[in-house]
Design a protein around this ligand. Structure first.
Ligand SMILES: Cc1ncc(COP(=O)(O)O)c(C=O)c1O
Length: 384
């Protein structure tokens, strides 16, 4: 039986074969610990980590010493927000974020609220955009940090990052950005965007799972954080623990390939994504794209009238691997908090699916996707 067509690249991406090839020697032959300073095994591992750090830094407009390796974006987000809160000067105890952030940010903010910090949550309009006026009006003398994502994982909607960075600098507030869905997909330059700290993850950009990074702008006094993990003083004392050398090498290789190929990928994916949307809107009346204005080229969050996305995707699962939004972490079916924040009702949110294309999507697959989706949706329609 052939595998279903994978259309869930925002959840995770397959490791690029070039990434796997680069990683393989570091599991057994070159197994050294980069912290071993007294022999060749350690030196070779350190050289590989140094090179990968440079590759990752180059992709995001950073210097290599500004990259701290973590186990993924969730850890980097916790490290940034909790680390800032612990290291904050007395009286700096307010964070500004947004209702449409990933749960890694929202849950960390909820934790910090329980610890006594104040958090302001910005709303979004029906396209998923924040208001810069609301953002600036929310900044208080005690504001420690603005935490806003680069691109949304459910809709692909892109925030005006440079303008947010400018506001943060104007008011001397740290700007933490969850750039997990943007890095490797669109040009990201943390320094030019005025970002103080930034989280991202290898498995969203054709690298391995279990490795990510936190960018810390070394020039900014606002980037001071306390570590979550104490131990061997790895990563400038900010993230102790023996480094995941194969993962780091894979991350570096993934960054190198993305830097070379992301512009071409964008051109293909935006074409196919748009064709898909037009075909679905033509075939099924009242089909609407959620957050269509300014978004990543490979993402479509689309809603159909009178369907239940969970049932639809289950019925199509033999042919298509699609998702309802963010990967489900519980058995409870709740409407997407992102779509609700954009003003959708429960039924509209439950009737929405996320299609995310990627590097290994083929143009010839699009016909089958359109055919299967259209037939599936029409078979659920009560008038059919
Ligand atoms: C926007 C965003 N932030 C954070 C994360 C968490 O990333 P990781 O799986 O590397 O912890 C994800 C993954 O779904 C994401 O999409």
């Amino acid at each position: 039986m052939s595998k279903p067509i994978y259309l869930d690249y925002n959840s995770t991406t397959p490791c690029d074969p070039r990434v796997v090839e680069a990683m393989l020697p570091y599991f057994s032959g070159e197994f050294g610990n980069p912290a071993s300073r007294d022999h060749l095994y350690g030196w070779k591992a350190k050289d590989a980590v140094d090179e990968a750090r440079e590759q990752v830094a180059a992709l995001v407009g950073a210097h290599s010493e500004e990259i701290i390796f973590t186990s993924g974006a969730t850890e980097a987000i916790n490290m940034a927000l909790k680390g800032l809160a612990v290291a904050a000067p007395i009286g700096k105890n307010h964070i500004i974020t947004c209702h449409t952030e990933h749960n890694a940010v929202l849950d960390t903010c909820a934790y910090l609220e329980k610890k006594g910090l104040a958090v302001s949550y910005l709303g979004v309009d029906k396209e998923g955009n924040i208001s810069l006026e609301e953002l600036e009006g929310s900044i208080r003398p005690e504001t420690l940090c603005i935490s806003l994502m680069w691109a949304n994982n459910e809709t692909g909607v892109i925030h005006p990052i440079e303008k947010i960075g400018h506001l943060a600098q104007k008011h001397h507030v740290a700007f933490f950005c969850d750039a997990t869905q943007a890095v490797g997909k669109i040009p990201v330059n943390a320094q030019e965007a005025g970002i103080t700290l930034m989280a991202f993850s290898a498995h969203k950009m054709y690298g391995p799972k279990g490795i990510g990074a936190l960018y810390l702008n070394k020039k900014s006094h606002l980037s001071k954080i306390s570590p979550l993990l104490n131990g061997g003083s790895h990563e400038h004392g900010l993230r102790s623990g023996t480094l995941n050398v194969p993962g780091i090498v894979g991350f570096g290789q993934a960054a190198r390939v993305c830097a070379q190929e992301m512009t071409m990928e964008h051109i293909n994916l935006v074409n196919w994504r748009d064709k898909l949307e037009v075909a679905l809107m033509d075939a099924i009346p009242e089909t609407k794209v959620n957050g269509s204005a300014n978004r990543l080229s490979h993402v479509s969050n689309i809603r159909f009238p009178q369907i239940n996305a969970e049932n639809l995707l289950l019925s199509l699962s033999q042919h298509l691997a699609l998702s309802r939004g963010s990967a489900c972490t519980s058995n409870v079916q709740r409407p997407s908090h992102v779509l609700k924040a954009m003003g959708l009702g429960d039924a509209e949110a439950f009737g929405s699916i996320r299609i995310s294309l990627g590097r290994f999507t083929k143009e010839v697959e699009m016909e089958l996707v359109i055919e299967k989706l259209t037939a599936g949706i029409l078979s659920f329609s009560p008038t059919h």
